[in-house]
Design a protein around this ligand. Structure first.
Ligand SMILES: [Zn+2]
Length: 91
């Protein structure tokens, strides 16, 4: 059930890649994919900046929570409406 048009797009793997959590062989595959996929490059940049922001927030210290947030972002990204908010609403 992938919404991305390019075969090989894998937001979850990309999130793991941003966290430096995937095996070397997969990294290479991901890097090769990134070279040909602007969408994933943009998403990777977003993961990285978002990860840095979250790490600075004292309330979200747990790495597990961070990963959940990133995966959720990856999942919502495709159908996300235009216009973004700086801060999360609710809770
Ligand atoms: Zn891609």
């Amino acid at each position: 059930m992938k919404k991305n048009g390019t075969p090989g797009c894998d937001p979850e793997r990309l999130s793991a890649y941003a966290d430096g959590e995937i095996a070397r062989a997969e990294r290479r595959a991901q890097e090769a994919h990134l070279r040909s996929c602007a969408a994933c490059r943009a998403l990777l940049a977003e993961f990285k900046s978002l990860g840095a922001q979250i790490r600075r927030m004292p309330s979200a210290k747990a790495p597990k929570g961070l990963k959940e947030s990133l995966r959720r972002l990856a999942g919502t990204k495709a159908s996300r409406p235009a216009g973004r908010r700086g801060r999360r609403s609710g809770r």
